[in-house]
Ligand binder design. Sequence first.
Ligand code: FRU
Length: 682
Amino acid sequence: MTVKPIAASLLLTLGLTLTACSSVSVPPPGGFQPPNASYNEQWRPKLHYTPQRNWMNDPNGMVYLNGEYHLFYQYNPQGIKWGHMSWGHAVSRDLIHWEELPIAIPEAPDIAIFSGSVVYDRNNTSGFGTTANPPLVALFTGWNKSNNNQSQYAAYSLDQGRTWTRYGTAPVLDIGSTESRDPKVFWHAATSKWIMVFARATDHKVAIYGSTNLKNWTYLSDFGPLGAGTAPGQLWEVPDLVQLPIDGNTANQKWALLLSINGGTLWGGSGMQYFLGNFNGVTFTPDPLPAVNEPGGVLYQDFEGSTYGSWTVTGNAFGAGPAQGTLPDQQVVTGYRGSRLVNTFLNGDSTTGTLTSPDFVIGKPYISFLIGGGNHPGETAFNLIVDGKVVRSATGQNEELLRWNAFDVTALQGKTARLQIVDTHTGQWGHINIDQIVFSDNAFTENDNRVLWADFGRDFYAASTFDNHPTGDKVWIGWMSNWQYAEKVPTYPWRSAMTLPRKLTLKTTPDGIRLHQEPVAALTTQHAASLKFTNLPLSQMRQNLTAAGVRGKTLEVLLEVDTTGPGSIGLKMHTSAFEETVLQYNPITQKLSLDHQKSGDSSFDPGLSEVHVATLRNTGTLKLRVVLDTSSIEVFAQDGKLVFTDLLLSSPSSDGFELYSSSGDPLVKNLEVYELKTIWNP
Ligand code: FRU
């Protein structure tokens, strides 16, 4: 593959071309008043913030002051796609009900206003206000439309965020880069200074700077590359650095670096990872990443021989035997085991062919394997063939790192099968890397390894925390979409919603210390009709639910269920004769899965009909909290240790939820169901 020119990478991410930015008209000073929308449009969220109309992406500058929570955000005042980036604005007194205000910081003739943060400068260190009336100070990225430079600018407000004055026309920090953005600033009491973290997107680094007045910034250190999103073409964006108590003990705290990445995520497109570690006022030192586990089971093929042995080769992409790592002109290949792997970059991307195993009988429920290379379903693929048909298939993620993946073949045990590695793609990323095929008892996927994912869904991005939260809690809000398809989501006249505000904590778990997230307590003010049952067998709970006739699109479900039996337990949500979204826990494989194959509209991107799977250790009791809105689902499992955030575009007639178990009648310790009132028409 060839590496994309750096200056164009953000635009490519956004699906834009450079020419799209040539002519700019500026919204009128004093802001823009959107017309009233009905808030009853199909898929208009009833509990999540959306602007009345037009395009929105990252939340920006979240800050609390004098009874108000401010939410600023990337906003296009002129259309329903990305462009004319300005800071939209909404305020809330409880983090649940929002009032949309006029645009806070409009696009300027010289620069577009990209993501950033706001701090409450209570001691007027900046001198922008007075001791009696300290300022709110915004630090944001200005994207210079004439030369693509991205540098950090300041603006301030002395009237509760209603109007903003830019601090001169020059940036406060310019490192001469076209890929440095998204400053997040906080006060570091231990060293009495402001700290700014921002992303050096294509270098896969977070830059850390310090200041005593928010105007003059001094370089302190860099963090990265580490974890996911570090391959060429992938981006690091919107970092945040927060200190959180462990298990509620404020005397025992740890730092978390929260990071958005575009590319190299679990399900494609954009997503979020985090790092735990220590910050000493200068450097963030990460703790070791979680260990790479290997799947237990029978090793079927490790491709360590100098020939393919009994496997059959066609075409010219495979050569006489497994490759010894990276091939000429290839980016560095990593993640394979031993010294050889299958690597079809032989003589570049243009070569093609197949490599087919002998027949074998499927004896274990999973086939685990390491896969890397091109993302071309069916064309750079690893296939399982039964009765001459491809019954399972996987592809790479356009990166040379091999990651674990697995086929669930439980239903195919006893069948005769073959594995086939296919490379028919001749363009960019026209190759596939495969290694270490293991017949295993458990699904084994990369999700378990190396990376701490903040969210196991597809639609959680650019989240950052509130400054000056009244109780000191760390609360964040994310953008509930994915750059892979954000501009195609079929909502009108607005596009994109924010997630629910979520409180962040750290808790000790059997896997180590992990980030936990739960919706802020004020969500309960939206509870309407409710049901609560305790300590009944699941079959009885089902009957109670049927008798109560639980329906509706906007629901909160709390479930606590015994998982010591072998059967899978789950919820079917937004159901109708033709649609359902299934959340299921399998206590044997210890996997929680969210199945979107029949969820609703996925016409604009196949990603909308995927099954998302994550490992969740079986502790004998599964605790789920699910918040369903008209067009989204947020799942908080085990007190928010594992979160899925996904768009869910079900049809108007699909609603409600059902409980089920695949076998046995497990004890449901607690079931609470709440209808949720809309936040728009109280
Ligand atoms: C992340 C991002 C930021 C940038 C903003 C532009 O979603 O690409 O890096 O500041 O969006 O709207």
